[in-house]
Design a protein around this ligand. Structure first.
Ligand code: SF4
Ligand code: SF4
Length: 455
């Protein structure tokens, strides 16, 4: 009796509160099924429920009161989805799948009761380092010290990391070669500047991959852009949007909009596909904010992926010969969410001596998907192994991508499959062709190093 009463109550939980999936958007799906072959989870499971069409049907069922928001299948499918947006890119009906799955997750966040330990773990893992990027940089400084001191190798050998279930997480972090990049403290000035560019630093890019951000500054300067990294910018908020924590994402969006307004005109250049996609979608995120809705539109029009900006003209010379072969893994949030696919290839093909070989399924998700490869290991590993197999099949010397999550996932998937191929960002290849350091053509200025770090 008691059980059936609980079940009855669970049936009655509808979408409600804020961030409800929009019924107009849900109605766009005409159930044609053209998205099914592009969906990684459908490809791996063969289950209709694990396909975009199946998930949209579940959302519509909750919207129409035929299914409870708290039904375990709804929860499972909303979080089994990688939010890779491959379905969106091929949909003839223009279904905006990304905003729908994010709103569905926001609904689960609002209505689902989590155990205390889970709430604490989420706060520690997500909110603490990503809500203020200074904490992330401080943490990465410690991590770098840990890697350089040899403690990392010692703990791995001793088996302690395996014992406390941190071995896989630790292996995902690549060697951190440079100290974090602090906004406001570095800029690149070409001798004959033809424009300005403002670099979006990011949280993981600005700390774990700060070497890539500095390479981005050099490559932009080589191409005539006077380049800075504006102060007071924060994480883009993508991880919060993807986990249904939309209010946290909005807070970061407002901070970033204000920071880049203060920086002045010029493109906002992003080298992380996930961040670029999140920044370009601020107008949707802030559409109901009277103070920021218009500003978000102006902001998003300024956002350019680094390959989008550089491919809009021929690359400046001179470039050195970079020998060998590369294969390009398309980050989902570049290829599907931003529809930028030809530009990275166009840039790679301009590098003297470099051969680009295509891998099979280059645009299929590698399994990274934000924190998916941490919380959904089985599906992520299966996708990573599939990707590693395709990479090995190209016989390329190195793999190129354009997103930190993909970078880490490709590296660990290759290692798990006994391959040690270098994984690099596209600007690292361009930077190598330009000599890899500051030259007479441009200078890097350290801006007042006596400043304390601004948020
Ligand atoms: S392709 Fe678009 S319209 Fe067709 S089933 Fe998929 S989401 Fe629906
Ligand atoms: S976002 Fe990716 S994983 Fe999710 S339904 Fe669409 S294609 Fe499938």
């Amino acid at each position: 009796m008691a059980i059936s009463l609980v079940e009855e109550l669970r049936k009655q939980v509808p979408f409600s509160g804020h961030d409800v999936p929009e019924d107009d958007l849900l109605r766009d799906c005409v159930h044609c099924g053209m998205c099914l072959p592009t969906c990684p989870t459908y490809r791996l499971t063969g289950q209709e429920a694990s396909s975009p069409r199946g998930r949209l049907w579940l959302m519509k069922s909750v919207a129409d009161g035929r299914l409870s928001l708290l039904d375990p299948e709804f929860d499972e499918q909303m979080y089994q989805c990688l939010n890779c947006r491959a379905c969106e890119a091929v949909c003839p009906s223009g279904v905006q799948y990304g905003p729908l799955v994010e709103a569905s997750r926001a609904q689960l966040e609002q209505h689902r009761r989590r155990p205390v330990w889970q709430r604490f773990a989420r706060k520690a893992a997500l909110s603490w380092p990503f809500q203020d990027v200074r904490r992330m940089r401080a943490g990465v400084k410690v991590l770098r010290l840990y890697q350089k001191s040899g403690v990392s190798a010692l703990l791995r050998r001793s088996g302690v990391l395996r014992l406390i279930s941190l071995e896989n997480l630790e292996r995902m972090v690549p060697p951190i070669s440079e100290p974090p990049m602090i906004p406001g403290k570095e800029m690149w000035q070409p001798r004959n500047a033809t424009g300005t560019a403002h670099v979006f630093n990011g949280c993981v890019m600005g700390s774990v991959f700060s070497n890539v951000n500095r390479a981005t500054g050099r490559v932009l300067a080589h191409n005539g852009y006077s380049t800075d990294v504006p102060v007071s910018q924060q994480c883009c908020g993508a991880l919060f949007s993807h986990t249904g924590m939309l209010d946290e994402a909005r807070k970061l969006a407002r901070t970033n909009i204000a920071a880049f307004e203060r920086a002045g005109d010029g493109p906002i250049v992003v080298n992380a596909a996930g961040c670029g996609s999140a920044l370009k979608e601020y107008p949707h995120l802030l559409k109901d904010d009277p103070d920021y809705a218009e500003r978000a539109k102006v902001f998003s029009e300024r956002v350019k992926d680094v390959s989008e900006l550089l491919a809009s003209h021929a690359l400046a010379g001179p470039m050195n010969v970079v020998g060998g072969t590369v294969t390009y893994q398309e980050p989902c949030h570049l290829a599907h969410a931003q529809r930028i696919s030809a530009e990275p290839r166009k840039l790679l093909m301009q590098v003297p001596g470099l051969d680009l070989v295509e891998m099979k399924e280059a645009s299929l998700c590698c399994g990274s998907a934000g924190i998916y490869n941490v919380i959904r290991r089985k599906m992520a590993d299966d996708l990573g192994d599939r990707k590693a197999h395709h990479i090995v099949g190209t016989h390329a010397d190195q793999v190129v991508t354009a997103n930190p999550g993909c970078h880490m996932q490709l590296r660990t998937s290759l290692m798990r499959n006994g391959e040690e191929k270098p994984v690099r960002h596209i600007v690292e290849i361009l930077d190598e062709a330009y000599g890899g350091k500051e030259t007479a053509m441009h200078q890097r200025w350290a801006v007042d190093q006596s400043l304390t770090e601004a948020p």
